[in-house]
Design a protein around this ligand. Structure first.
Ligand code: GDP
Ligand code: MG
Length: 163
């Protein structure tokens, strides 16, 4: 089976943007798992001859769209059920928000490797804000910008190292 890499994080940190950005690749196949579940997006990613499936469940499959905690809980349930690596996305522009801490708390007991991704680091000056995220716990931290195409290869290196 292809290893599963599940994206988690509170709404608006850029999970879906990151998914689309990483997926933008010659070999990527976007597939919505027809017949299995409709509540997630999955795409096959190839990096340095390694393959994994990247999964974004955020904002999908949640009945009450106003219940942000339910959305996050759902993502974490998917991650617990199937992730070989978890990509925990935060927003470097807003810094840590209460819901980020809740995600971190829920991930704390898991043995699955976590890559902590500080998204929206659109320039090097913003990278300097990254240190505060270390208090979210274990996991390698990387600054990326899905909008400005920063550090895509580094992110993929970190993921495939942990598969
Ligand atoms: P999600 O709710 O976590 O899936 O977040 P989205 O992918 O829907 O993005 C939320 C908002 O953040 C959108 O307005 C995006 O355009 C914006 N966004 C995503 N990635 C970046 C980035 O790298 N830099 C900046 N400045 N904005 C971003
Ligand atoms: Mg989304």
């Amino acid at each position: 089976a292809v290893p599963q890499v599940v994206i988690v994080g509170r709404p608006n940190v850029g999970k879906s943007s990151l998914f689309n950005w990483v997926a933008r690749r010659r070999l990527a196949i976007v597939d919505d798992y027809e017949g299995v579940t409709r509540d997630r997006m999955a795409t096959l990613i190839e990096h340095e001859e390694r393959y994994f499936e990247l999964i974004d469940t955020g904002g999908m499959g949640v009945v009450d769209v106003d219940d942000l905690t339910a959305d996050v809980r759902h993502q974490i349930d998917v991650a617990i059920a199937s992730a070989d690596v978890i990509v925990f996305v935060v927003d470097i522009r807003t810094g840590i928000m209460p819901l980020d801490e809740e995600v971190a708390e829920r991930l704390r007991g898991l043995e699955v490797p976590v890559v902590l991704v500080a998204n929206k680091a659109d320039n090097e000056v913003l990278d300097e804000r990254a240190d505060e995220f270390y208090k979210l716990g274990r996991g390698r931290l990387i600054c990326v910008s899905s909008q400005q195409n920063r550090n895509r290869d580094k992110l993929l290196d970190l993921i495939v190292e942990r598969l």
